[in-house]
Design a protein around this ligand. Structure first.
Ligand code: SF4
Length: 694
């Protein structure tokens, strides 16, 4: 009997836990969290433990499907699928030009596959537009860092969570969203944990202090705290003058944000704000940790930068236990941000710069004319293009916006206007696959090779532990087949494995902030237990945990960080008499992930979360409306309505209701507002009313 031990990375959240599989004669006989991996140290959450179960679901798509003349999807061969793919996209692109088709990708596949997709779609097929579903989670953090630091560079390493004395989780329900990371707090014996969140989440209840802020009061709160820090002389002036630009503008901007002046918008007492500012100042090492409560906002970038500002002006960056730290959403959102060839050329090169296009063209061995000279439209503009007729064809890879996109009824209307839709996924019964003309069966993460990059910039290996079912293929092989069918075999002849692409990216990254030119290949990543970027060939550093900016040098031309501010603008859809509640959406339980494409197919996980959609309502509001726990209620916004179960819960403040993102009943209600810099949707505010059924 042939027995192998294989270590691979979990493909749900961005913590990046590793698991060790024992494989005997091709069958996985044991699956355990890896004790030696520096990320999870033998720990896991239930999703990771059950990673393989959804891959073995009967729902797995095992052959390509093509829509027939009867309007139904039917099994077809791969040869037929590749031909239909090439014919469908060529017809649209030849007729309507290079801006008439686009791809919409994911943070869930290895970044080598993302890089292949980015090259195939843009350099090969000739599309200008291609974005990722990381637009729905991390675009805000990415833009905030890029503008402030000169590069999209989360500065922390996970040991910072163990070394910080004052940890502020702002808009983060890490207890259920990033449980293994949250668990590391138990190694920190000298700390205060503060949660700033409108909901009394599990994270808030587990913290030392919950600051129950009004929805969208966070930017005013942070500016008032900044004002307090400045007014009390708590600024690290030496750090500010040596390492930042924009302090005078920041000080002038926040001068009017007194704690008293923001009491109403934040729902907090001036004393609470003053105490927070003083404790932040007094901490030896203070840190912010944020996720979607900040990123999903109409002013998310400037809110993230308000935390970045606070860390910079108090010198809480580049030291153990400090930092403005965004916790990423999906397993490989960081890989998508730097290597997917969507919003930027590989490794942060710029589509709009001649020299950058020339460099990438030389590295790829292609004519520079093949590289688009403009940036892609962002996700929401691509979808709007379906309305206006600009976009005629879309290719979705490992993503399900038919469930997850904001204001989702409009999304489905737009899909009806397209000439050609391709979905590449594990299952054919996702909401998006159901409207496709062609569905391509893909392998799951444990069925192929590549790398993910986690929240702390650690590149972790994805190794194959089992075969995909039926004719399902790794996304790499699907891209290879499409390239051949398109007549692009020569362009990608050098890419015969994901590791070939890894080595290309390592070479291209040389000299950039995300330089990984010193990583020779997958075996080195396996041997090191993951490697954080940067890892340059000319300055390799084998410390297991590395944070950025210890020398106070940022990635801007002058090496200084930018302090950035904005005016507060009104919420996009104010509540009124007809729609008196603020609807907040977010993650429901530790055992659910996003649109439940995978977690919904695990019998084990399904036992541990509510089967039906629900809305959490404050007890006072429920009593006033005569609503009891378990009653059927209809939640209505200006865009749609959904009938769900009422959950009467003191998690909610009066006037606010919560619905979990995992159920399709939620996004018909959400309001399509977007941050003006990151274009990330604001899933955390819509005006709704709630009515008891019957
Ligand atoms: Fe996977 Fe995240 Fe759970 Fe770790 S914490 S096992 S990476 S889902």
């Amino acid at each position: 009997m042939a027995t192998q031990t294989i270590r691979t990375t979990c493909s749900y959240c961005s913590v990046g836990c590793n698991f060790t599989a024992t494989v005997e004669d091709g069958t996985v006989t044991s699956w355990k969290p890896d004790k030696n991996y520096p990320v999870n140290l033998g720990r896991s959450c239930p999703k990771g433990f059950n990673l393989l179960e959804p891959l073995q679901s009967e729902d797995r798509l095992t052959t390509p499907l093509g829509r027939g003349a009867d309007g139904e999807l039917h099994p077809i061969s791969w040869e037929e699928a590749f031909t239909r793919f090439a014919d469908g996209f060529k017809k649209v692109l030849d007729t309507h030009g290079p801006e008439s088709a686009a791809f919409l990708s994911t943070g869930q596949i290895p970044f080598e596959e993302m890089a292949f997709l980015g090259a195939l779609g843009k350099f090969g097929m000739g599309m200008v537009h291609g974005d990722g579903n990381t637009r729905q989670c991390m675009a805000t953090a990415a833009v905030a860092y890029k503008q402030a630091f000169g590069f999209d560079a989360p500065p922390f390493t996970y040991t910072d969570i163990e070394e910080s004395n004052f940890l502020v989780f702002l808009g983060s329900n890490a207890f259920i969203s990033h449980p293994v990371l949250w668990n590391r707090l138990k190694h920190n014996k000298d700390k205060k944990v503060v949660v700033v969140d409108p909901r009394a989440t599990k994270t808030a209840k587990a913290a030392d202090q919950h600051i129950q802020i009004q929805p969208k009061g966070d930017l005013s709160f942070l500016y008032a705290v900044t004002n307090e820090i400045i007014k009390n002389g708590w600024v690290d002036e030496k750090y500010v003058s040596a390492h930042t630009i924009g302090y005078d503008e920041l000080a002038a901007h926040v001068a009017d944000f007194t704690p008293e002046s923001v009491e109403e918008v934040t729902g907090l007492s001036a004393e609470t704000i003053r105490t927070f500012a003083r404790e932040f100042h007094e901490a030896k090492a203070a840190s912010f940790w944020w996720t979607m409560g900040v990123n999903h906002s109409h002013q998310g970038v400037r809110t993230a930068q308000a935390m970045i500002n606070l860390c910079l002006i108090t010198g809480n960056i580049g030291r153990p236990g400090t930092g403005p730290n965004s916790i990423t959403g999906q397993a490989n959102a960081m890989g998508s941000r730097i290597f997917s060839n969507t919003t930027s050329l590989y490794a942060g090169y710029d589509f709009t710069k001649d020299a950058d296009r020339q460099f990438i063209a030389e590295q790829m061995g292609i004519s520079v004319d093949r590289i688009p000279q403009k940036n892609s439209l962002p996700y929401h503009k691509i979808l709007e293009g379906a309305d206006t007729g600009q976009i005629k064809a879309l290719w979705f890879i490992a993503t399900n916006p038919g469930h997850s996109w904001i204001d989702h009824n409009k999304f489905l209307e737009r899909m009806k206007k397209l000439d050609f839709i391709v979905v590449q996924d594990l299952y054919a019964n996702t909401e998006t696959a159901e409207v496709a003309d062609l569905v391509l069966p893909a392998a799951g993460s444990a069925e192929k090779y590549g790398c993910f990059i986690n929240s702390e910039r650690r590149i972790g290996i994805v190794d194959k532990v089992m075969d995909p079912p039926g004719q399902a293929k790794a996304d790499f092989d699907i891209f290879k087949g499409i390239a051949e069918a398109w007549g692009l075999g020569d362009m990608f002849a050098a890419w015969n494995s994901t590791e070939d692409i890894f080595r290309f990216l390592a070479r291209v990254s040389k000299g950039k902030p995300c330089d990984i030119s010193g990583i020779t290949g997958y075996q080195m990543i396996r041997d090191h237990g993951g490697i954080q970027w940067p890892y340059p060939a000319d300055a390799p550093n084998d410390e297991v945990h590395r944070r950025l900016f210890e020398d106070g040098q940022f990635y801007t031309e002058d090496g200084k960080a930018r302090l950035l501010v904005t005016d507060i603008v009104p919420v996009p859809e104010p509540i009124d008499e007809k729609y008196p509640f603020v609807l907040i959406t977010g993650r429901g339980t530790v055992v659910q992930f996003h649109t439940q494409t995978r977690t919904g197919r695990s019998a084990m996980l399904r036992k541990s979360y509510p089967a039906d959609a629900y809305v959490e309502i404050n007890p006072e509001d429920a009593e006033r409306m005569g609503v009891s726990d378990g009653d059927s209620v209809t939640v209505t916004s200006r865009r749609g309505h959904s009938t769900v179960d009422a959950v009467v819960s003191d998690k909610m403040a009066p006037g606010q209701v919560f619905m979990s993102m995992h159920y399709p009943e939620t996004n018909p209600l959400t309001f399509p507002a977007f941050d003006p810099y990151s274009f990330e949707p604001n899933y955390k505010w819509a005006a709704v009313r709630v009515e008891k059924e019957g």
